[in-house]
Write a protein that binds this ligand. Structure first.
Ligand code: DHB
Ligand code: MG
Length: 225
């Protein structure tokens, strides 16, 4: 009997990718076309895809807000887990990236599900229909944008997340440095991600865990208003 957990070696990660991913040719092509268009090659790992979709489907999610969509890889993953009348509001600051996402969403047949909101999310979101209703009407928030603003996105969006909904933050392992007192690379971002994890795990409105797939996702289920 042991309480030792199993470290995710590269071999085990390959196994997860080959057995528990919903990445397909469309998403692989999206990544290569994004690179050709000069968009940074940054997106969730393929082993995160099925996990995110499972979370959305487990609560019958219809409304998702994604903050930081870049080339739209995760946007399409999220949209594919919604019913045809669902919506992903994809917040993307860069106009070129936003145009790329719109093009890919249309190609994927998800043009009516993906609503690209171009601009800084803290400016564009407050007047969006999902945030101006009297009842909380967001099922899932996925935060994957500039790390120092994670807590600002959280403050803005959490009041609009329904009880029974999820808040998910990407890069919760901070490129493997989340536990370090003195991180070597991108210390400001690492500290912001650590602070965000601490904020979520200490928020009594949420039951929170960290799923160590890809660079980690902190996942909170809203259990009370
Ligand atoms: C990087 C990875 C991410 O998932 C992200 O959201 C931002 C940056 C990176 O590897 O630099
Ligand atoms: Mg990320």
């Amino acid at each position: 009997m042991s309480v030792t957990s199993t470290p995710l070696t590269p071999e085990l990660t390959d196994y997860l990718r080959s057995s528990f991913s919903t990445e397909d040719d469309f998403l692989r092509d999206l990544n290569s076309q994004a690179a050709v268009s000069g968009i940074p090659d940054i997106h969730i790992a393929s082993e995160q895809t099925a996990c995110l979709q499972l979370l959305l489907r487990s609560i019958n999610a219809r409304t998702v807000v994604e903050v930081g969509s870049l080339a739209g890889y995760s946007t399409i993953v999220l949209a594919r887990a919604l019913p045809p009348d669902g919506i992903v509001v994809a917040c993307e600051k860069d106009p070129r990236h936003a145009a790329f996402i719109r093009e890919k969403a249309a190609e994927a047949g998800l043009g009516s599900v993906i609503d690209v909101l171009q601009g800084a999310a803290l400016d564009t979101l407050p007047s969006h229909a999902l945030l101006t209703q009297s009842e909380p009407s967001i099922d899932v928030v996925f935060i994957d944008a500039d790390k120092p603003n994670y807590q600002n996105y959280y403050d803005l969006l959490v009041p609009h997340v329904r009880v029974g909904g999820f808040v998910i933050g990407d890069n919760a392992l901070a490129w493997g440095q989340v536990h370090m007192a003195d991180p070597e690379n991108e210390p400001k971002n690492v500290r912001a991600l650590r602070a965000f994890n601490d904020r979520m795990s200490s928020d009594p409105r949420f039951l929170t865990t960290l799923i160590p797939l890809g660079d980690g996702m902190v996942v909170g289920l809203k259990v009370s208003a």
